[in-house]
Ligand binder design. Structure first.
Ligand SMILES: Cc1ncc(COP(=O)(O)O)c(C=O)c1O
Ligand SMILES: N[C@@H](CCCC[NH3+])C(=O)O
Length: 432
């Protein structure tokens, strides 16, 4: 009924998340409020881990792409389930290390890592730095030489695959700022450089074709393209790699109509392609990594707001104004992303009222959803936006000097704060 299996309705007609009444949560913690289900996150981690175990005998791991939601508690939860962690900035690395994540299980991505970030990654002993471009390779080589260490690296390859998703969140096609192109020979030359370099050890290849992808075929194609390249490196350079990271990007449900594919199905088809390609080239199956972010936390999260005003413009539309907006969820403003919205305190009622959900920022485009069907709203209602666990908190800002909401985690029917809500004092902390 409600996009995610951790959501339901109780006898009061209130929306629940993993057994907790969302209206009670809004009362206890205030709104806006991010709410995450630990049960759901752990369940998804276990499904991914079981797939790596089933198809590759555990040789490899799922890596949680922490950009989807980076905070200490989520880092602790996913790594306690045996996942590795991907970080893309010094800040995400600091968060992961502060949470106690073993640096060897951290993969450092990014298309323009600063000198400071590279030094920090090397000093911390991260397991794998994923190199995006030649200048970065030179920087890593130089810093490693200065420190007298050999740094493990992978190369980010653009497999030339145009996945069907929003233009801004595609990354694997040739016109992308990320990685080395295969078609032009750039990737091969970069690998040759990496193999020559003395203070880096090239362990593997990485690709990521985009995000929120429902179709299985681009993932299968990417695996085939990457293994052909993996083989070429051995055949022509005599370099045996050991790791292949096939990226993330699996689609989740934002609306009930979204045709999300079960993760096991992706894994089944992709692993069939991996096994077939390895057999074709006579390769030992490398350690296989996948790097999902959205699909681990997305459907596990909701955001609760209070309705503060309802403004009907005759013959035009009705705006339902909430106490949050693009500062806690910029995704509609950025990508016109779909969301399911509902009145949490009347979740059992029919959604027969057409509303545009407006945020409180000083910006006409500050909307969460336009012309969406919800239960007839009243001022003071709790409005829930579903599937907000990924790329909401992590993309939040302080626009208009709004404070970022708290986040509570639900486990076994109990709630606990995992991120405190910001205060006005937090806003001026660094002001001089
Ligand atoms: C390199 C890389 N890995 C992993 C991810 C995670 O993708 P998703 O959250 O769609 O699973 C992304 C984001 O698209 C990415 O850029
Ligand atoms: N931030 C995007 C996805 C980017 C994925 C990271 N490369 C979203 O909200 O959908």
């Amino acid at each position: 009924m409600f996009v995610s299996d951790c959501l339901s309705v109780n006898e009061k007609g209130h929306l629940t998340i993993s057994g907790c009444d969302t209206v009670a949560l809004a009362e206890q913690y205030g709104t806006p409020l991010y709410v995450m289900s630990e049960d759901k996150i752990r369940d998804t981690c276990r499904r991914y881990k079981a797939s790596i175990d089933r198809y590759y005998g555990g040789n490899g791991a799922p890596i949680y792409a922490s950009k989807a939601f980076s905070c200490k508690e989520i880092c602790r939860i996913v790594t306690s389930e045996g996942l590795d962690l991907e970080v893309v900035s010094g800040g995400e690395l600091f968060t992961a290390l502060s949470a106690g994540v073993d640096a060897k299980h951290i993969h450092f991505q990014g298309n323009n890592k600063s000198l400071r970030e590279i030094e920090y990654a090397i000093e911390s002993g991260v397991g794998d730095i994923v190199v995006d471009n030649l200048s970065e390779l030179c920087r890593i080589e130089k810093i490693s030489a200065e420190k007298g260490v050999v740094t493990s690296i992978s190369m980010r390859i653009k497999p030339g695959i145009d996945a069907h998703t929003h233009e801004f969140i595609r990354t694997g096609q040739i016109d992308s700022k990320f990685g080395f192109a295969l078609e032009t020979g750039e990737a091969f030359e970069a690998v040759r450089e990496a193999v020559r370099a003395e203070h880096v050890e090239l362990i593997g290849l990485h690709c990521h074709i985009g995000s929120q992808i429902f179709d299985k075929s681009p993932f299968v194609l990417a695996a085939e393209v990457m293994l052909a390249f993996y083989n070429k490196i051995y055949a022509e350079l005599g370099k045996k790699l050991t790791h292949l990271n096939l990226g993330g990007g699996f689609g989740i449900k934002y609306k009930d109509a979204d045709a999300a594919v079960a993760y096991e199905d992706y894994m089944n088809d992709v692993s069939a392609a991996v096994h077939a390609s390895c057999e074709k080239y006579g390769l030992t199956i490398p350690k296989i990594y996948i790097e999902p972010g959205r699909s681990i936390v997305g459907e596990a999260g909701i955001t609760l707001y209070t309705v503060g005003d309802i403004k009907t413009i005759p013959q035009v539309r009705t705006y339902v104004a909430i106490d949050g907006g693009m500062y806690d969820n910029p995704r509609y403003a950025l990508y016109q992303s779909d969301y399911t919205c509902l009145i949490a305190n009347r979740a059992d009622q029919p959604a027969n009222f057409k509303a545009t959900i407006a945020g409180k920022c000083c910006e006409s485009g500050d909307l969460i959803q336009e012309n969406t069907m919800i239960q007839k709203p009243e001022i003071g209602d709790i409005l829930a936006v579903l599937s907000t666990g990924a790329y909401n908190y992590s993309m939040a800002s302080n626009y208009n000097r709004n404070v970022k909401p708290a986040c509570v985690m639900i486990c076994d029917g109990q709630s606990r704060v995992i991120i405190k809500g910001e205060t006005y004092e937090d806003l001026i902390r660094n002001d001089l």
